[in-house]
Design a protein around this ligand. Structure first.
Ligand code: CU
Length: 386
């Protein structure tokens, strides 16, 4: 009888995990939100001062390697573009000490936050410009929760890398609980041949990035089968990006500024992340595989899309009348498996990297033993880096 009871207990637990993800099993014991992971980008550290979280944010020129061999001269924050992710909690008082190490004046806008006008970061309206070498201290209380971001309110500066995520965790975790929560910042750059500096006036872009990396340099999202996953997207650029996930039908659960009530959730496999918008999607990773997650604009799925650099043409087009003559941008000759090798790419089929470019990454859903193998490799790499 006891065996039978335990069987039913296990069976109902399994059913629960299939429908709501593993996290639901611990919903009553651990309602705290999981931290957000921004792959390839650090979190901004903070210190405490009498109950206030104090962050130091520095705008500065940065070298950002988008794929091996292509390092761009961008403007970013604290060494990267996008800048480090700020994570805080609803109800927190935050102080952000902002230093301008750029060669021109700026100010930082907290995109979507409801705060006093003097903290809104619009030079000439709510505050004076922060001059090169200057400092401005922002301080406000967070009464919202959701996916936000920060950027200068200076159009051309927005086009050369100055963006960062600002996550405000709710007081109690959103339900159903997720096991993993990722942030992906969408940016695009127009870098003319023979330069490493983006042309901020251009309307056509050749470097399309997830968290400052173009495929295949983007780090895959590695998750364990059965986990409930949230991915948040933020977009700052000139284009709206239809972000498509293979293999799963997700719920869109949040937009810039707020989590949506459950009755407003929509299902889909592609979410259009417009300029200045955020989109949160959630799904249960119940299907093993290496699934594509990418912007579906064809020119945003490849690298170096500049007409004057000598595109690689298809083989023997002249033999086939009306054969498309344009470049093909993926294939074995584009592979760079070794150059982008990291724990998260462990075990991918040889040559995989020839088929990834631009705003593209992989969602790797793994059975426990393979997941643990990669987790061990990641831990070893971190230990080696210390
Ligand atoms: Cu796109």
């Amino acid at each position: 009888m006891s065996n039978r009871r335990s069987f039913f207990t296990k069976a109902s637990a399994l059913t629960a995990s299939l429908f709501t993800g593993k996290a639901a099993l611990s919903a009553q014991t651990n309602p705290a939100p999981v931290p957000v992971t921004t792959l390839d980008v650090a979190d901004l550290p903070f210190t405490m001062d009498s109950g206030t979280k104090v962050f130091n944010l520095i705008a500065e020129p940065v070298k950002q390697t988008v794929i091996p061999g292509r390092t761009l001269d961008l403007w970013g924050f604290n060494g990267s573009a996008p800048g480090p992710t700020i994570q805080a909690n609803e109800g927190d008082r935050v102080r952000i000490i902002f230093d301008n190490h750029l060669p021109e004046a700026t100010g930082i806008h907290w995109h979507g936050l409801e705060l006093p006008i003097a903290m809104d970061g619009v030079p000439g309206v709510g505050q004076d410009l922060v001059q090169p070498g200057g400092r401005f201290v922002y301080e406000f209380t967070l009464h919202q929760n959701g996916t936000f971001f920060y950027h200068p309110h200076m159009a051309m500066q927005e086009m050369v890398g100055l963006l960062g995520g600002f996550i405000i965790h709710p007081k109690t975790a959103y339900t159903p609980l997720v096991d993993k929560d990722f942030l992906i910042a969408l940016q695009e750059y127009a870098v003319l041949p023979n330069t490493t500096i983006p042309n901020s006036m251009a309307m056509e872009f050749n470097w399309l990035t997830f968290n400052g990396k173009a495929g295949p340099s983007t780090t895959p999202l590695v998750v364990q089968q059965g986990e409930r996953i949230r991915v948040r997207f933020i977009n700052m650029g000139m284009d709206h990006h239809p972000i498509h996930l293979h293999g799963f039908t997700f719920w869109e659960t949040g937009r810039e500024g707020a989590r949506q009530q459950e009755t407003a959730w929509t299902r889909g496999n592609t979410t259009l992340v417009g300029v200045a918008q955020a989109r949160d999607i959630e799904f249960i990773a119940d299907r093993i595989g290496d699934w594509m997650l990418h912007c579906h604009l064809p020119h945003h799925m490849m690298n170096q899309m500049v007409p004057s650099v000598g595109p690689m043409t298809r083989t023997n087009p002249s033999k086939v009348p009306l054969y498309p003559q344009d470049a093909f941008m993926e294939g074995p000759m584009m592979a760079m498996d070794h150059e982008v090798d990291k724990p998260e790419t462990h075990g991918l089929p040889a040559g995989w990297s020839g088929f990834s470019g631009g705003m593209m990454t992989l969602l790797r859903v793994m059975p426990p033993e393979k997941y643990n193998e990669i987790a061990a490799l990641i831990a070893a790499k971190k230990a080696g880096a210390r």
